[in-house]
Write a protein that binds this ligand. Structure first.
Ligand code: HEC
Ligand code: HEC
Ligand code: HEC
Ligand code: HEC
Ligand code: HEC
Length: 188
């Protein structure tokens, strides 16, 4: 009996490890990309209280809020070299000072930081931030609580149902409802 348990336990262990690994991967794929610089929104937006619009400055005037340039980062990081302390970035240990050194290196080499996009709509979808921000929606309604994230990741799958559900709930009258559900409002 004892032997049988021993024999069974090895494949069982392997199986559990594989299953565990599968689930671990399934989960971590929702944790956003591994960026060239481990930039923490939690540190910048919450601890340092930098407003979203300071970095994503075109959010209320143009369709694309944009990712800040290295120049914008250097506005602070030419002064702030960072503390020589470790930080747990979503389970990966980084050193604050070393991570900031990477930003300074891009700047010295006159290279942009090759950020990987987190959200993207297919080319046939028309989306504009401007109208949504003007209407008073918070970033978090679509993006989740980015201020509490180290790596920003997708919280909502922003598919057609997601858009139309909100358009239906927020239309102020029948005319606007018709417009906001019109295929040509989002596709052309
Ligand atoms: C100090 C500058 C800075 C501040 C402040 C900041 N961000 Fe960002 N944000 C970035 C950078 C750099 C990236 C690209 C790196 C990344 O994806 O992590 C980014 C990426 C994002 C993305 C993903 C973009 C994509 O690729 O789809 C979202 C969404 C976002 N920020 C929302 C916010 C919100 C909401 C706030 C305020 C709570 C905020 N950001 C504050 C610099 C900033
Ligand atoms: C308004 C000032 C300000 C701006 C703008 C700014 N930072 Fe920071 N950043 C800070 C401060 C303050 C810290 C914390 C330093 C410390 O704890 O020693 C920090 C920490 C960091 C760190 C280490 C912690 C982490 O997030 O992993 C990195 C990397 C970093 N910044 C990258 C950037 C990048 C890239 C940009 C431009 C997109 C940027 N910063 C823009 C103020 C700023
Ligand atoms: C109504 C939903 C909605 C709201 C509200 C919203 N966003 Fe977005 N955001 C999106 C969608 C959808 C995309 C992807 C757009 C695309 O790929 O064309 C996006 C993309 C982004 C990007 C990446 C842009 C790029 O250049 O790649 C950033 C940064 C961002 N949002 C920041 C913000 C910030 C900051 C706020 C609040 C001031 C905000 N968003 C409010 C839906 C929203
Ligand atoms: C949080 C609610 C909400 C979500 C989510 C949302 N929208 Fe909207 N959207 C609105 C409202 C309300 C308006 C009307 C804004 C106004 O004009 O005052 C609007 C307006 C628009 C407009 C401008 C319409 C025009 O008159 O030209 C477009 C385009 C649009 N949305 C596309 C999208 C797409 C694409 C998505 C999904 C990726 C989306 N929206 C997600 C609430 C939302
Ligand atoms: C409020 C915005 C919005 C409206 C209105 C809208 N769509 Fe879409 N549609 C989207 C978005 C966003 C996607 C991309 C979905 C994704 O990435 O999963 C999409 C995707 C699609 C696709 C690709 C399907 C797929 O699964 O890949 C088709 C076809 C489509 N829409 C047709 C329509 C038609 C027909 C109408 C009118 C009855 C319409 N849409 C109205 C936002 C909208």
């Amino acid at each position: 009996m004892r032997n049988r348990i021993k024999i069974l336990s090895l494949p069982t262990l392997v199986l559990f490890t594989l299953v565990g690994f599968y689930f671990y991967n399934a989960e971590s794929s929702d944790q956003g990309p591994t960026q060239p610089v481990r930039f923490s929104h939690k540190i910048h937006a919450t601890e340092d209280q930098i407003p979203c619009e300071y970095c994503h400055s075109f959010v209320d005037v143009s369709p694309i809020p944009g990712i800040p340039s290295v120049k914008k980062c250097m506005g602070c990081h030419s002064q702030i070299a960072g503390r020589d302390v470790d930080y747990d970035f979503d389970g990966t240990t980084i050193n604050i000072k070393n991570e900031i050194a990477k930003v300074r290196e891009y700047w010295a080499n006159k290279e942009p930081i090759p950020w990987v996009k987190v959200n993207s709509q297919p080319g046939y979808v028309h989306f504009t931030h401007k109208r949504h921000i003007k209407r008073g929606f918070e970033c978090a309604q679509c993006h989740g609580d980015v201020a509490q994230m180290d790596q920003v990741h997708e919280v909502n799958k922003m598919n057609m149902g997601f858009c139309i559900q909100c358009h239906t709930q927020n239309a102020k009258d029948e005319a606007e409802l018709t417009h906001l559900k019109d295929c040509l409002t989002c596709h052309y």
